[in-house]
Write a protein that binds this ligand. Structure first.
Ligand code: SF4
Length: 441
């Protein structure tokens, strides 16, 4: 039996479909002499079955994995199980995404053959051309036959419009990425590290093309992926509302009378200082959502300064009040356990959470995680003391507080263990920015 040159198997999990769809969007337009097919492994077992069939057909196999840092340990276990079912020199397991980018050596040590470093589109296309041979392809880390670590640098960052934001050929759609990268430098966040500290926006014309494709297939809902929704079209910290309106008007018109546009709601967040009546009225005019997500992160100005958030607590209050006045349901993201946070800061965050809940906001609580690639990668894992947990629970019972903060405490501890096992030169767990309290306190 003879199969194609290359079989690409996606370990296709719900949590990472978007990243895969973007890769498929790039792949479907790619002209290559390599004959290839794509299969979707929805479970470890089906992934192993696809690999087995490809190996039996004599094809080379690229198995694509993508995961966030908190999932790395669990998926390493899954990879091991798959290798126990089927393993062959024809098979290459490739890990991409932010964890592989930030911790390539940990990724290789955990069992993957290749770590894709940086944005994956161009790297995948080059790997397909080379039928899975990594030599000379930028954006990879791997060990050569002698076991030496080879790093080929970060993949080149291309304009967002170079590749499709979803896949027509494989019929895989998702919220459309309109902005990649971020000019802010919040110390807990992986986005600027992964995608650069500047914005790359998808043009309105390119977005409209995607919306037209969706409508032609009977899809009705247009949503967006962006680090900061009201930064669309801007290259600075100032929103460009004319660009936002152009985008929303084009989407509204494109998706037609039966369609719905969502902006500033999950998975796109709004920075509090960007919230204005004018911006909210644009959302109301063109969009279906009556809720927005505002990133507050802390109720302590001291902690916000340490995290380099670039806004204070007052902007959060103002944003929530304005949002409520304009008739929106407001979801507020908060992080507990950030480095340097003390009892008074926790008290301030809880007080803010109560105040905003009284205004009608829903608080989305997170535990700080020392994420790879971030300035706080070597910080201690976030911990939330029992009194805070009780208060969080109490607010939760009011229906005002939701989130996965307990699970994140466990993730945080695991990430800290990885950071300790893979130290960065010149860094130690004790190097943290501490912002002193001011004299008034
Ligand atoms: S938290 Fe948001 S605003 Fe801050 S760096 Fe990350 S993406 Fe940018």
């Amino acid at each position: 039996m003879s199969g194609p040159d290359l079989v690409v198997v996606l370990r296709y999990r719900k949590a990472v479909t978007y990243g895969f769809h973007v890769l498929l969007g790039a792949l479907e337009e790619h002209e290559t002499t390599t004959g290839f097919v794509v299969h979707f492994g929805d479970t470890p077992e089906s992934t192993a079955a696809h690999i087995r069939a490809a190996v039996d057909g004599g094809s080379r196999v690229l198995v694509l994995w993508s995961f966030y840092s908190p999932d790395a340990a669990g998926l390493a276990g899954e990879l091991k199980r798959i290798r126990e079912i089927v393993d062959s020199p024809l098979v290459t397991h490739v890990a991409g995404g932010v964890h592989a980018t930030a911790e390539p050596v940990h990724t290789l040590d955990a069992g993957w053959d290749l770590a894709a470093v940086g944005e994956g589109e161009a790297t995948l296309l080059a790997l397909v051309d080379a039928k899975g041979d990594p030599q000379g392809i930028p954006g990879l880390a791997y060990r050569d036959a002698a076991g030496n670590l080879v790093r080929t640098g970060k993949a080149k960052q291309r304009p967002l419009g170079d590749f499709r934001g979803f896949s027509l050929k494989w019929d895989k759609f998702n919220a459309l990425e309109i902005t990649r990268g971020c000019v802010y430098a919040c110390r807990f966040c992986q986005t600027p590290f992964m995608f650069s500290a500047r914005f790359r926006h998808r043009s309105v014309a390119n977005v409209r093309w995607h919306v037209d494709q969706m409508r032609a297939r009977g899809l009705r809902d247009v949503g967006f992926i962006t680090p900061t929704a009201l930064s669309y079209g801007s290259q600075s910290e100032e929103p460009d509302l004319a660009a936002v309106e152009e985008l929303l008007a084009a989407c509204r018109e494109g998706i037609g009378p039966g369609g719905r546009v969502f902006f500033g709601s999950f998975p796109s967040e709004i920075r509090p200082e960007h919230v204005s009546r004018e911006a909210l009225r644009l959302v109301k005019k063109y969009c279906f959502n009556n809720n927005i997500i505002v990133g507050a992160q802390s109720g302590s100005d001291r902690v916000l300064d340490a995290a380099k958030r670039g806004h204070g607590v007052e902007e959060v209050r103002r944003a929530v009040r304005l949002g409520v006045e304009e008739g929106f349901r407001i979801n507020v993201d908060m992080i507990f356990g950030m480095p340097g946070e003390d009892e008074r800061d926790v008290g301030d965050s809880l007080a803010l959470a109560r105040e905003l809940a009284d205004l009608g906001a829903r608080i989305h609580a997170h535990t700080f995680m020392p994420l790879p690639g971030t300035p706080w990668r070597d910080a201690p894992p976030g911990d939330v003391d029992p009194a805070t947990i009780r208060e969080v629970d109490r607010l939760s019972q009011r229906g005002a507080l939701y989130g996965h903060w307990q699970k994140q405490r466990d993730h945080a501890a695991r990430l800290a263990a990885v950071a300790e096992a893979y130290p960065r030169p010149g860094r130690s767990r004790t190097i943290l920015t501490q912002v002193p309290r001011t004299g008034a306190e």
